[in-house]
Design a protein around this ligand. Structure first.
Ligand code: SF4
Length: 472
């Protein structure tokens, strides 16, 4: 047992088990984990003013910060464990090394201190006390505030230590037992390295949470009504189901119809049209004399959009190689220049609609227009040109997919990204690497990824428009 399993266990019991016993060939690299590690090191480095070293020797030498230490020990009766403290920070006191001791510290992304942080600190302190031969009264949660380290002290009282001990005992039991079930809260799976492995099992077993719009609460409501899997849901009468979904009030029949249709599509692999003739006709009409596809890459934690990509389409039937793609990098010191270029592009064809996938792009443009002191009317006029294909596709079709994200939908339409296994998080990882190394190769990768995102969005637009043309 170790700190990493504890961290996983708090999120999902199955994840801890898979980390311990799972076949690693099914695990995929996680950009989130990698980003977390880089951010963590940077903030620890600042906190220790650069005096940060690895291993036991660093503790003996009394350096300010120590990382990369693994400590084994007995934590309860005959149960042994290993801790991997993220950081040990030097403080006043007496330990076996001299007139100082170390406190355990964990990195926190965002504002909320969770039980994951508290349990990590309490677990570390149990083994650290005997390792240093001293008492540890508190641990530290380190976050970044305005690019500076912010330290929160956590008192490791008896209650917290008792709680973590109980969790560790359940973890121990879990690791010795059979593989736990897939978590009910499938939102947790989106950033998990075992997602592909679990998705396969969920689909084969007909998990209700595989159906778009069904979360853990709705799934358990359906189960109490005898609908235990997607097959049963697909064969259920929409009207009967609607009567059972009173929690959705006047939306209950609409929801029931969507759930049943979505389950049918998911099982059969076929898509279903739902009425939305006008919107798609509108898309066809507005794009007939040219349009832009717009996509941005962002760092949500820093609220920074680092790349804006525009694809210019004069004619829907033009060859892909002939399309003009313009990437605009938003480096920290050239914000005004990036904004100027964006506005220049948007107004070089000021009648053209701007197609995008999801709400982020429109919000970004509103913020830019506000920054440039545009009037209410001007902002309204500009944003009225934006067409969100994600909303449009949801209103028009039920697809045989688990979700309606850009990657899922365009992959289903046969789109292939030039670079393998890419995602927005991976682009962010490359951006962070670029900021550290200044190596242009990372920028090239981000730009290629963004261009492909634009082309994937275009493929969805083509699909909607061509389907509309067939109907006319
Ligand atoms: S993919 Fe989901 S169910 Fe599977 S281990 Fe990860 S969080 Fe748990």
């Amino acid at each position: 047992m170790n700190t990493l399993y504890l961290k996983s266990f708090i999120r999902c019991k199955r994840k801890a088990w898979l980390d311990f016993k799972g076949d690693k060939s099914y695990e995929v690299w996680s950009a989130h984990k990698a980003i977390d590690k880089v951010n963590q090191f940077q903030i620890f480095y600042k906190l220790c003013n650069g005096e940060i070293y690895t291993g036991l020797k660093a503790c003996e030498n009394g350096y300010e910060g120590v990382i990369g230490l693994k400590i084994k020990g007995k934590f309860f009766q005959n149960i042994y464990a290993e801790i991997h403290p993220q950081l040990l920070l030097k403080t006043k006191g007496v330990s076996k090394w001299g007139p100082y001791k170390y406190l355990p510290a964990v990195y926190k992304l965002g504002h909320k201190t969770t039980k994951e942080h508290l349990f990590d600190l309490a677990f570390n302190s149990i083994l650290l006390e005997s390792f240093q031969e001293t008492k540890i009264e508190k641990g530290l949660v380190i976050s970044s505030f305005g690019n500076k380290p912010y330290v929160e002290e956590i008192y490791l009282n008896k209650k917290l230590r008792k709680k973590v001990l109980n969790v560790l005992l359940s973890l121990n039991e879990c690791l010795e037992g059979f593989m736990p079930e897939i978590t009910q809260d499938r939102k947790k799976c989106t950033i998990c390295s075992w997602q592909k492995f679990c998705d396969k099992e969920a689909k084969e077993s007909g998990y209700l949470t595989d159906i778009d719009g069904i979360g853990s609460k709705t799934a358990s409501l359906l189960k109490t009504n005898g609908i235990s899997n997607t097959q049963k849901l697909a064969s259920y009468s929409e009207k009967e189901l609607g009567e059972k979904l009173s929690q959705f009030n006047d939306q209950k029949f609409l929801k029931a119809s969507m759930f049943v249709k979505q389950a049918k599509a998911y099982i059969s692999g076929k898509s279903y049209y739902i009425a939305n003739k006008n919107d798609n006709y509108d898309l066809l009409k507005k794009t007939s004399s040219g349009f832009y596809v717009f996509d941005i890459e962002s760092n949500p934690d820093e609220k920074h959009d680092f790349l804006y990509g525009f694809l210019k389409i004069n004619n829907l039937f033009a060859k892909k190689e002939d399309l003009i793609y313009e990437p605009i990098l938003n480096l920290e010191n050239n914000k005004s220049e990036s904004y100027r270029q964006i506005i220049k592009i948007l107004f070089s064809n000021n009648e053209w609609p701007v197609l995008h996938y999801g709400e982020t792009e429109k919000i970004a443009i509103i913020n830019i227009a506000r920054y440039l002191n545009y009037s209410f009317e001007e902002i309204d006029l500009l944003t009225s040109r934006f067409i969100d294909l994600h909303t449009l596709i949801r209103k028009s079709l039920i697809l045989p997919l688990k979700n309606y994200g850009l990657k899922t939908v365009s992959n289903w339409l046969g789109f292939k990204w030039v670079q393998k296994d890419v995602s927005g998080s991976k682009a962010l990882y490359w951006w962070i690497q670029y900021k550290i190394t200044k190596n242009e190769i990372f920028l090239k990768k981000i730009i290629q990824y963004n261009k492909d995102d634009c082309l994937a969005t275009l493929q969805i637009a083509e699909y909607l428009i061509k389907n509309q043309l067939k109907k006319n």
